[in-house]
Design a protein around this ligand. Structure first.
Ligand code: SAM
Length: 266
């Protein structure tokens, strides 16, 4: 334990280390790693998940930003010859370089300060990814899984649900970590669709539309879509423009985006 307890958790790297063996076992069993999986852990920290993952998946890849932790992990798992430890910023990492061992399975107890941009970054590699299991702030998992009309439903819900099947797996209390975070946490499973149930004909327009609609979530569609009126005939859309964007389902957003996309075909 001496080496591990010498590392002081760095707040700027979002370091809250898992110490609850029961929760660790529950996470590993939710992931259900197989020896041949191309498994990638983001932010291994002091190896709380890395050790049980390596037992089941000797070729594990782990990406850690903190150089001190990278050195600690390299020593700790020196006898694991197939362990692939990378010292890099996961936000800037090119995940397609790991595709040589088959489709990616990504896991991590993520630093909460970068979780949303990291998930957007990973979604740009979605065609290569089988599934992702993340520990996140509970509120972020709630937003990902949210239904329309709820307080937490917004851009993150729509974009993540457009690309992935989302499963809220279970809660993790602050006491499961050291140091304990100030917020509750939860485990989510995201499985990117390789054939999307709903398809936007112009994905860039869909992204922009969702972004635009949630810039002012309390305003009506009409108000939020004003900026598009130079390029599109918003008023002729078969939608009640008096509705608030937060009441629209994913299907309705895709529909709205496709209606706009088709206006430009004529
Ligand atoms: N997996 C460990 C555990 O469960 O105990 C540590 C989890 S801790 C919440 C997040 C980890 O991500 C830390 O080890 C931190 O140094 C690392 N980290 C922070 N930002 C990162 C980044 N941009 N890229 C890769 N790792 C990062």
């Amino acid at each position: 334990m001496t080496e591990l307890s010498n590392h002081r958790a760095r707040k700027r790297f979002g370091q809250n280390f898992l110490v609850d063996e029961g929760i660790i076992a529950k996470i590993i069993s939710a992931i259900n790693p197989k020896p041949a999986d191309n498994l990638i852990e983001i932010g291994p920290g002091q190896g709380a998940l890395t050790a049980p993952l390596l037992e089941r998946n000797p070729g594990l890849t782990a990406i850690e930003l903190d150089r001190d932790l990278e050195q600690l992990l390299a020593r700790k798992f020196a006898h694991h010859n197939d362990f692939n430890l990378i010292q890099q910023d996961a936000l800037k990492f090119d995940f397609s370089t790991l595709n040589t061992r088959g489709p990616l399975r990504i896991v991590g107890n993520l630093p909460y300060n970068i979780s949303t941009p990291l998930i957007f970054h990973l979604l740009s590699y979605q065609a290569l990814i089988t599934d992702m299991h993340f520990m996140l702030q509970r509120e972020v998992v709630e937003r990902m899984a949210a239904e329309p009309g709820t307080k937490v439903y917004g851009r993150l819900s729509i974009i993540v649900q457009y690309h992935c099947k989302v499963d809220f797996l279970f809660d993790v209390p602050p006491e499961s970590f050291f140091p304990a975070p100030k917020v509750d946490s939860a485990i989510v499973r995201l499985a990117p669709y390789h054939r999307k149930p709903l398809q936007a004909d112009d994905p860039e327009l869909f992204n922009n539309l969702v972004k635009l609609c949630f810039q002012q979530r309390r305003k009506t569609l009409r108000n939020n879509l004003k900026q598009l009126s130079g390029s599109y005939d918003v008023e002729s859309l078969p939608f009640d423009l008096g509705r608030r964007p937060e009441t629209l389902s994913l299907r309705e957003f895709v529909d709205l985006s496709n209606q706009l996309a088709h206006q430009h075909e004529h």
